[in-house]
Design a protein around this ligand. Structure first.
Ligand code: ADP
Ligand code: MG
Length: 410
């Protein structure tokens, strides 16, 4: 199955997905859902600090085709992994031979805990999101799982649990999710990843996958848990450059940074770094260890940059907006120390290209990818130059990914 080149999945991809399902389960699927990858545009590691973040849902997807079964069994297959995973609805446990299935299982367990009942299904997964490249294939897989279950066993998720299920219309379609339901699903998916998979991540990934809007930036306030959308100026290309250096979030750098942020907040007497202004941080500096201060400096600065970035976007000042991206990267590199030489090189090369308005590492860091805002007319020159120069300097292949900004999971 081929990667997508446009904002709509190629008919070929869906046909291939259906035939993958048919080959695997010897019957056709009854439902197909899709969940996009996301890019963190500005606001690095701010989500779990209850801060502000801007993200984009992009046209790389997890597709999940499914059909119900009523023997209490679940079978999963992914085009990305050779092994199939089979288990009983009442025995949802980790299997070291198929760790990828943990993302699905975690969501099933969370939904069941919220009162959602299901009696089995088959599902085939195909993804066009590169794994571990900063586009959050994991959150896309989680949200695709939640939507698949909603399609097969309709439920309405609220803060207090599953409520009266939605009705299908005459065409058999369910009503689209409202904001509250999307937020409740995002939380359930996050809980799946942190409690079952064991990655202590923030809500950014799941919110982005569910709340994406074509051509728009998603503005998330992780304290209020509110989401707004602002149009992204026309004539821009969003380009991802995967350094090829693998980040290992599970392995702990992420959790360690998180602990420093929490420790800094405690020392400053607040619940989270969201409540700290730059001058308060400076005033409280002597109470913090050097590393706690560096981490807090990054987070407090990132929240500021998101506020200023929102203003720049509203005013159509895309050059200024791009500058915030560069500043964000420098703060990651020098203060939060979640960059690496390859990411620094990618940003340096991008900055030297005349079509590039802004570039920074995106996502957790420690490897992974950069996000680049590039004038559309110069996108081709940008991708070619970056690929050539990165290979010359590191010997690593680089295949820049031009992304379209798309709607959320459905
Ligand atoms: P990221 O979310 O940044 O892409 P993660 O390490 O958080 O990286 O998640 C990647 C994991 O998600 C993969 O190792 C795999 O377990 C799961 N995953 C992603 N895409 C697929 C897919 N197409 N099929 C099955 N599992 C997938
Ligand atoms: Mg992930």
């Amino acid at each position: 199955m081929k990667p997508e080149a446009s904002s709509q999945p190629a008919a070929e991809t869906l046909t291939d997905l259906r035939s993958f399902f048919q080959r695997t389960f010897a019957s056709p699927p009854t439902r197909v859902v899709q969940a996009p990858g996301r890019l963190e545009l500005l606001g690095n590691h701010t989500d779990y600090n209850l801060g502000l973040v801007m993200s984009l849902a992009v046209d790389k997807y997890i597709f999940m085709a499914s059909a119900p079964r009523h023997d209490g069994r679940i079978e999963l297959a992914s085009s990305a992994f050779a092994e199939r995973e089979k288990f009983a609805c009442d025995r949802i446990e980790k299997n070291a031979a198929a760790p990828w299935a943990n993302y699905v299982k975690g969501v099933l367990l969370q939904l069941r805990r919220h009162g959602v009942n299901f009696s089995g299904f088959n599902a085939a997964i195909h993804g066009t999101i590169p794994l571990g490249a900063g586009l959050s294939s994991s959150a896309a897989l989680e949200t695709a799982t939640a939507l698949t279950l909603r399609q097969l066993y309709p439920f309405t998720l609220t803060e207090s649990g599953a409520a009266t299920p939605p009705r299908r219309n005459s065409r058999g379609e369910l009503p689209s999710l409202d904001r509250k339901e999307k937020m409740a699903l995002a939380k359930a998916c996050l809980a799946a990843e942190s409690e079952f998979v064991g990655v202590n991540c923030g809500l950014l990934d799941q919110i982005s996958a569910l709340f994406g809007k074509a051509g728009h930036v998603i503005q998330i306030d992780c304290l209020q848990l509110s989401v707004a959308h602002e149009p992204l100026a026309a004539g821009l290309s969003v380009i991802v450059c995967d350094s090829g250096v693998k980040h290992e979030l599970v392995a702990g750098e992420y959790n360690e940074r998180r602990r420093h942020c929490e420790s800094a907040a405690r020392s400053l007497g607040v619940k989270a770094l969201r409540f700290v202004t730059p001058s308060e941080l400076e005033a409280g500096k002597t109470h913090l260890s050097e590393v706690d201060y560096r981490c807090a400096y990054h987070i407090v600065g990132e929240n500021q940059r998101v506020i200023f970035g929102e203003r720049a976007l509203r005013e159509g000042d895309i050059d200024q907006f791009g500058q915030y991206l560069f500043q964000s990267h420098e703060s990651s590199r020098d203060f939060f120390k979640n960059s690496c030489p390859e990411l620094d090189l990618l940003v340096e090369l991008a900055r030297a290209h005349p079509g590039c308005l802004g570039a920074r590492l995106t996502g957790g860091g420690f490897g992974g990818a950069t996000i680049n805002l590039v004038r559309e007319a110069e996108a081709k020159s940008f991708t070619q130059t970056m690929a050539r120069q990165y290979q010359e300097r590191t010997g690593r292949r680089l295949e820049p990914l031009v992304c379209r900004v798309v709607d959320g999971a459905r």
